[in-house]
Every structure is written in C-alpha cells, then in structure tokens.
Design a protein around this ligand. Sequence first.
Ligand code: IDP
Ligand code: MG
Length: 150
Amino acid sequence: MERTFLAIKPDGVQRGLVGTIIQRLEHKGYSLVGLKLMRVTRELAETHYGEHKDKPFFPGLVNFITSGPVVAMVWEGRGVVAACRKLIGATNPLNSEPGTLRGDFGIDVGRNIIHGSDGPETAEREIALWFQTQELVVWEPRLTPWIYEM
Ligand code: IDP
Ligand code: MG
C-alpha cells in the first residue's frame, strides 16, 4: 500500500481545522498510520523545505512553519500520494478549486493550511525525515472490503 506524508501547518491548527482535515481523509477511505502534534525545529523546517532554500519566500516559510504546533501525519491507501495532492488543491488557495482543503479554507499562499508530499519518492523521504519507524502503526482497517473492490 502506498503512503504519503501530510502536515497540518500552524494556521490549520490555530484555526481549528485538524478534525475537519482528518475527517475528510478518513471519509475518502484512507487510513492513518502515523499522527503527532509537534513543534518543528528550524533544522527540520530547513531540511523539509530544502528545495526552496534559494526562493525569496524561504525565510518567511521557515519562520511560519516553526511558529506554532504542526500535526504531522502519514496516510496509507491506493493512490494516496496523488489523491491527497488533489484533495489539498493548488499551492495558492486563490487558484485552488472549491471542495479542496486550500480552496475551501485558505486565501493566502503563505497561509495554505496543509502540506502534502508531491510524489511517491518525496513521500518516502518526508516520512523518514518526520517519523521514526516505530511511530508508524501497521494495522488492517476492517473497512477495506467496503472501500476497495479487491
Ligand atoms: P506545495 O506546498 O503546494 O507543494 P511548493 O511550491 O512546494 O508548494 O511550496 C512550498 C510552500 O511554500 C507552499 O505550500 C507555501 O506555504 C510556500 N510558498 C510557495 N510559494 C510561495 C510564495 O510565492 N509566497 C509565499 N509562500 C510560498
Ligand atoms: Mg511542495
């Protein structure tokens, strides 16, 4: 089964969207395998967003992501990486479709609620960066035959 890394950013936590976001993904049919509320260190933020280190928004992004608690999650299911990117919506919430998390709950690109891995290899790297193996729970959801034909 494929896995992805998602993080509800400090704005999503402060605005009380944790339950709504988790419910959305549960209702889609995906399964949680890792979940923790944490403060992000500058080191973790800079590594996680390393691909953007030369962008003008990088210092503000690191300040923002370290400014309050973040909910780090690993979700599992068929096609979960690409599906979560769709459920999250475009990077700039003004361009995100209604019905997506950013489209429904955000306005500003610097306050876009949630992070999601952009591909399977990124997901593997981000899961290993944010979680230790023993923090990930292997379990068999009883709903599997009601969500997948086979
Ligand atoms: P993504 O989160 O949709 O994958 P990326 O391009 O990887 O988008 O950018 C990472 C994060 O950096 C975005 O989610 C957003 O928080 C922030 N960001 C991206 N572009 C801008 C910008 O132009 N201004 C401010 N923040 C930005
Ligand atoms: Mg990205």
